[in-house]
Design a protein around this ligand. Structure first.
Ligand code: FE2
Length: 258
């Protein structure tokens, strides 16, 4: 039986791989990550009439220091939209937990929206580029899914769990991807897995679950490339609509040049 909660349509926005520098004017790969992110964030705020939740799926900082996270909080909190952050390989999670400790900007592990729940995972191995879900994090995921079968679930994490086709990037994939996906098949309420890290679009479906990867808010990586390569694709974010019947729709939005 579904919980007696308001079943509504919810809009979730995902921004990933901001790679903000301590110096906001600094460039990388011919783009200023700070300007690029702020432009596409403001575009998104103006585009969507109602936003229920914003997810920042890791690599918020290229320089993972207090000033970067504080600046981000100062710029984003003014909109009073709930924002949930999770760490990528470049981030400092203890600093994130310290600075994003109060609504509207948190590192909440579980967020409920009607008959949906958004579960965020930490897939960081400190000092490494590839990802892993440590045993306690996997236990948390399984416990949460077990006790909340009345909710449709979105699982968000930084690292990708399906290959991109770029061998250099797939060396930095989630280590236990196969086991992770197999475990999720034990729960029929997982409708979406959202990741970042790849700086390119990933989209596939498996056993009723959509697996979607979202490009960066700054520079993008060339698909199907053996070695690291940048491609001149625009900054992006993703919108996801969560429907009360457990279905989702999703769109990638690119930065409109001004
Ligand atoms: Fe990353």
């Amino acid at each position: 039986m579904r919980p007696t909660i308001k079943n509504d349509v919810f809009t979730l926005l995902q921004f990933s791989d901001l790679h903000l520098f301590a110096q906001p004017e600094k460039y990388a790969h011919d783009i200023c990550p700070e300007q690029s992110f702020l432009k596409i964030f403001e575009q998104a705020i103006e585009t969507h009439p109602a936003i229920d939740l914003i997810l920042l799926t890791g690599d918020l900082a290229e320089d993972p220091v207090d000033t970067v996270y504080n600046r981000l909080k100062e710029r984003l909190s003014r909109h009073q939209i709930p924002i949930v952050c999770l760490p990528g390989n470049h981030d400092n999670y203890p600093i994130m937990l310290k600075i994003f400790s109060q609504p509207p900007m948190t590192c909440n592990k579980i967020t409920r929206l009607g008959n949906w729940q958004i579960i965020t995972l930490n897939s960081q191995i400190v000092g490494e580029k590839q990802g892993s879900i440590a045993a306690p994090e996997m236990a948390f995921l399984q416990d949460t899914l077990s006790i909340s079968k009345d909710y449709f679930s979105v699982i968000a994490l930084h690292h990708h769990c399906i290959p991109t086709g770029s061998s250099w990037m797939d060396h930095m994939q989630l280590e236990q991807s196969e086991q992770f996906l197999k475990t999720l098949q034990n729960y029929n309420n997982v409708r979406l897995i959202l990741s970042g890290h790849t700086h390119q679009i990933l989209e596939t479906h498996t056993a009723g679950t959509a697996i979607l990867g979202t490009p960066s808010t700054c520079y993008q990586f060339k698909p199907n490339s053996k070695h690291f390569a940048i491609t001149p694709e625009p900054p992006c974010y993703r919108s996801v609509t969560l429907l009360p019947n457990g279905e989702i729709t999703s769109t990638i939005h690119t930065l409109i040049p001004t």
